[in-house]
Design a protein. Structure first.
Length: 287
């Protein structure tokens, strides 16, 4: 066993913080329709914050680089991060923007539909990244990036982390086309099947040829598929009785990052991530 596997790794998540307004419905509402809702709850979310909490729960020493509003939602979000033992020193308060919000419908079959309002997440800047990266000591971290914050900031973080020799994991959600010059900066690209089709490249092989080291496609109940140059490896899903799929992908990403940071092979890390993602579906809420 790698010696590092006995030690917690370091993970830095550059991403979003949201507060989730969640309700259950019989089915996801169609355009123009009205459906009754029930079990309304205000919960913590945001892909970046979710992933940071998941990485911490998976054993990593985790910090979050993010922005929140100067409002009650921001205060509750920060308190939740601290309760989860995520370092929040680089969570900046934006005085004239609200904390990000997500409005989530969860249907009885476990499927969900989400509307996200960026709020303070839109203010996350390259300067925030530079300040956080400049404070790093000890083992090289795994850096986790997403697309719920400004694309220029995410690109800057990928470039700076790659230049330092750090491992970069990108969860391309919400999905968008990725420029070819970004892909060589990404060690592990983790889309779901729908996101993989929206990245602006015809095939997974095109992503690898452009320079991404590995592509891990999450496939829900069919598990995950790891693509590297010349090799494809399937990792099975874990069978559970899902009641809410919200945040399952974030749990997967956080556990993946924690495992990689602790020295696991990519195959073993994806296996651990599959367990975390499955477990997340057995509870209500993004965390």
């Amino acid at each position: 066993m790698d010696e590092r596997m006995s030690q917690p790794g370091q993970v830095i998540v550059v991403g979003s913080v949201n507060v989730d307004l969640t309700m259950r419905t019989d089915s996801i509402v169609a355009p123009g329709a009205t459906v009754p809702g029930r079990d309304f709850a205000t919960l913590q979310g945001g892909k970046g914050a979710n992933q940071a909490v998941a990485a911490t729960r998976a054993g990593a020493s985790t910090s979050l680089v993010a922005c929140i509003g100067a409002d009650a939602y921001g205060e509750s979000a920060r308190a939740a991060l601290r309760d989860a033992h995520v370092a929040d020193d680089r969570v900046r308060v934006i005085g004239d923007s609200p904390t990000g919000m997500a409005f989530i419908q969860v249907a009885d079959d476990g499927e969900n539909a989400i509307v996200v309002v960026a709020g303070a997440n839109a203010e996350l800047s390259p300067a925030d990244v530079d300040a956080a990266f400049g404070e790093v000591t000890g083992e090289p971290p795994v850096v986790v990036l997403g697309l719920e914050t400004p694309f220029a900031t995410m690109t800057h973080a990928a470039r700076e982390a790659s230049a330092r020799g750090w491992t970069v994991i990108l969860n391309p959600a919400p999905a968008r086309a990725l420029p070819s010059d970004l892909l060589p900066l990404i060690d592990v690209l983790v889309p779901n099947e729908h996101e993989a089709e929206a990245l602006g490249h015809s095939t997974i092989d095109d992503l690898l040829a452009a320079g991404t080291h590995a592509v891990v496609v999450t496939r829900g109940a069919r598990g995950a598929r790891i693509h590297t140059t010349g090799e494809v490896t399937d990792v099975p899903a874990v069978a559970v009785s899902a009641i809410d799929t919200t945040g399952a992908g974030d749990a997967f990403i956080g556990a993946l990052a924690a495992s990689v940071a602790a020295g696991a092979s990519l195959v073993d890390a994806v296996g651990a991530a599959a367990h975390a993602g499955a477990d997340a579906t057995t509870r209500i809420g993004a965390r």
